[in-house]
Ligand binder design. Structure first.
Ligand SMILES: [Zn+2]
Length: 768
């Protein structure tokens, strides 16, 4: 019995050894990669890249040949050209960019039905047969792998087919090659014209053409101004500017003219880049403006004969009317489009007012690209009852209206485990019959610099594991999210995996806890999410202990660097929760005083305002004061959202002398050394500024106030030249803000940043 068992074990070991195909032994290459004589760009790029990583692991340069050698060694045959002996696999891979890896004797075959399928297959072969992970793009420390004198292929029999055929993280602008390469290695498949890296042109990536609604008719501006949106306030038409514009949707015949213009633009793009456009992406651009000519605000007669009234010409107030109007226009244009470019599908970005599902069904050949922007909560799946309206209803409605429903998401870096949100939503769209052709897209930052809403590489420091898991879910969202995180952690942190797994369990438990309702969105500050995820749950000490221990336990220098950077970011947040981030938003110039401008969705929200209390007194929950800051190179714009009890109105004084604002009011202080500036105002628009309490000093600042259903709001614009502020430059100027709330018959209350009394503390400012 014992002997039999022994024999059995030996046989198994022998079988394992026999089934391995060695490529490197004792630091010497003994196998080879075989490329077809006329290899495609994607095949040779990936073969060279993978051999480069094998060399980094083993020190050996495995040859890449175009003619197999006579040697009886391991040969990895790369590409569709060698795959004829696997007709069943090729059949399954037809029409998608999946891949298969098969072995016959000493020969290993890696192939897709097209070059990029083979490319993904080569990276899968590398990953499955080593301990390597492309953890993040960073050129210095983003990839983690061990060292070994041997490299053998033991996993040589698998096939993997993606659920979604259009996968993209972007925009990758300004272009950053390591981020582009990381995306390719993690199965991103769409080229971005703006992220046009050297050599990437040849890599068999999907070629999209993206444009905004009015651009296809831009050339008609001089001859036919009536094609463009009418603005009754300015009594003029709004033409295409900076790639954005608005059409008049009531001009008879315009849908056909528009479709022809779009076809011409696509043809020009193809001529310029020498590549065939595979799909068109249309969007409304970053504006809410819609034509307000008489015809465009008249009731719409729907295809079923019923009428839809325009409740308000403002698309913010009546998005349904506008989305229905746009959909009817595009549906009509589709008739012309399909005679011009029947093979090129159009996907429409359901964004801004067009995120509202229209009253008419989309043309069956249109894809809908849903952007739950900017107020969806990335904490709860879109269909979760806790997801704020209108996003839950909008998503549920779109799911019933189109078979090709995709996403335009904003997966900017956050410390919270966001992938649970992503997986649930992607699984929901999988219920639609044509889901594989939907566009699956998310905005992310490049792993470079500190710019953008994702904070560049600082964002990656805290959110890197999410982004990697997202790439896997874009391929196949049915995978176990928790298992993907754990796989990532084990490969990325290696010896520190036990501590990092404990850290992950800590944040996962906090985030998925039913009573954690922390709001997260792309514009929610990382520090704010950190606060709701860690600080407010009393986990900060434990979190820091785990990260500190993980850093000590990590042996691989890249693992150690990544843990250290995460810990340092978190320490920064806890120290500096109250720093005022002044976002650099060029586009806000000229519209900063517009409360409805979408540009105001971009700056971070500072909402750490609390009742000012004496020491030892527990401050009651009070978070109805919010501050955002932005600049456009000329002015500093501050937006205050002041919710709470109705403001006790003091009225405007008849006097023209500058007076301290009475009643409910806000004081915004800037402190530079010993110089103190104050900008004070109330809900009636009374404004006061002073330097060192001298009110004759004048900064020429503008103020705009309005009442809201929950309180009031103000936007202040102060010339940047007043202070030593310059874009991207550090500043010694610090800030403080306090608000006095008056309610009739009650003592007034004071709310301030972090609940500190005036002069007690002020906080740093970062001018982006
Ligand atoms: Zn019109």
């Amino acid at each position: 019995m014992c002997n039999n068992k022994f024999v059995f074990v030996v046989c198994c070991l022998a079988a394992v050894t026999a089934s391995a195909s060695p490529l490197v032994k004792d630091g010497k290459p003994i196998g080879e990669f075989v490329l077809p004589a006329e290899a495609t760009g994607a095949e040779s790029f990936a073969a060279n890249d993978v051999c480069g990583w094998i060399q980094k692991i083993t020190g050996a340069e495995v040859p890449i040949v175009s003619k197999p050698s006579e040697q009886a060694n391991t040969k990895v045959f790369v590409g569709t050209a060698f795959a004829n002996v696997f007709p069943d696999d090729l059949k399954r891979l037809q029409g998608n960019d999946g891949f298969a890896v098969r072995r016959r004797g000493d020969n290993v075959y890696v192939f897709g039905s097209r070059p990029r399928g083979t490319l993904y297959g080569l990276y899968a072969l590398l990953e499955k047969n080593s301990d390597l992970i492309f953890a993040r793009p960073h050129a210095d420390f983003g990839t983690v792998h061990g060292q070994s004198p041997d490299f053998e292929l033991t996993e040589t029999d698998f096939i993997d087919i993606p659920v979604f055929l259009n996968r993209r993280f972007g925009p990758n602008w300004p272009k950053h090659r390591p981020t582009g390469e990381w995306l390719l290695r993690n199965r991103d498949n769409t080229r971005d014209v703006r992220a046009n890296y050297d050599g990437f042109m040849k890599l068999d990536l999907i070629e999209p053409y993206g444009t905004n609604f009015a651009v296809p008719i831009a050339s008609h501006q001089d001859e036919h101004p009536e094609y463009f949106g009418y603005d009754p306030i300015k009594k003029s038409r709004r033409f295409v500017k900076h790639g954005e514009g608005t059409m008049c949707l009531s001009v008879p015949g315009l849908p056909a003219i528009w479709a022809q213009g779009l076809a011409d633009d696509v043809a020009r793009h193809e001529a310029r880049f020498g590549r065939k456009v595979e799909h068109v992406r249309l969007g409304p651009g970053d504006n809410w403006f819609c034509c307000q000519c008489e015809e465009c605000v008249a009731p719409l007669t729907l295809p079923d004969g019923t009428q839809l009234q325009c409740k308000d010409p403002d698309s913010i107030k009546d998005p349904l009317f506008r989305s229905t109007q746009i959909m009817m226009f595009i549906n009509e244009a589709m008739e012309t489009w399909q005679t011009l470019r029947p093979q090129t599908p159009i996907h429409v970005l359901a964004y801004i007012h067009f995120a509202e599902p229209p009253r008419v069904a989309p043309h069956p050949d249109l894809g809908i690209w849903f952007a739950p922007y900017p107020t969806s909560n990335l904490h709860f799946p879109l269909l979760d009852p806790r997801q704020p309206e209108p996003w839950r209803s909008r998503f549920a409605k779109w799911l019933t209206m189109t078979d090709r429903l995709g996403f335009y998401e904003y997966y900017e870096a956050k410390p919270s485990p966001q992938a649970f949100y992503a997986a649930a939503n992607l699984r929901a769209v999988m219920q639609r019959p044509d889901h594989s052709n939907a566009l699956i897209y998310a905005e992310t930052s490049n792993d470079f610099g500190t710019d953008g809403i994702g904070n560049g590489e600082f964002g990656w420091d805290v959110g890197q594991m999410n982004l990697w898991v997202h790439t896997r879910l874009f391929w196949d969202p049915t995978q176990d999210v928790d298992a993907l995180y754990r796989y990532y952690i084990k490969r990325t942190y290696r010896e520190a995996a036990p501590q990092m797994l404990a850290y992950y369990d800590l944040i996962k438990t906090s985030w998925l806890s039913p009573d954690n309702d922390t709001f997260s969105s792309c514009h929610a500050s990382i520090a704010g999410v950190y606060k709701g995820l860690i600080v407010e749950r009393g986990l900060e000490k434990e979190c820091m202990r785990l990260l500190t221990e993980a850093e000590a336990a990590a042996k691989h220098p890249h693992s150690k660097t990544m843990i250290r950077r995460m810990r340092e970011q978190y320490e920064g947040f806890s120290k500096d929760m109250a720093r005022l981030m002044v976002a650099h938003i060029q586009e806000i110039r000229g519209e900063a005083d517009d409360f409805d401008s979408l540009q105001w969705e971009k700056p971070m929200v500072n909402d750490d305002f609390q009742l000012v209390t004496r020491e030892g007194e527990e401050p009651p929950a009070f978070s109805s004061t919010k501050l955002q800051a932005a600049h456009d190179g000329e002015s500093l714009h501050l937006r205050f959202r002041l919710e709470g009890p109705p403001a006790e109105r003091a009225g405007r004084s008849a006097s023209h002398t500058e007076r301290w604002p009475q009643g409910d009011h806000v004081e915004f202080w800037l402190v530079e050394g010993r110089t103190r500036y104050v900008f004070a105002f109330n809900a009636d628009g009374v404004q006061y500024d002073a330097k060192n309490l001298d009110r004759s000093w004048d900064s020429n600042w503008d103020l705009n106030v309005r009442s809201t259903s929950t309180g009031w709001e103000a936007i202040a614009s102060i010339p940047l030249s007043t202070f030593s502020f310059a874009a991207g430059q550090p500043t010694n100027v610090r800030w403080f803000c306090t608000r006095e709330i008056h309610q009739e018959g009650q003592p007034s209350k004071e709310v301030s940043c972090q609940g500190k009394p005036l002069y007690y503390r002020n906080f740093p400012i970062v001018i982006e």
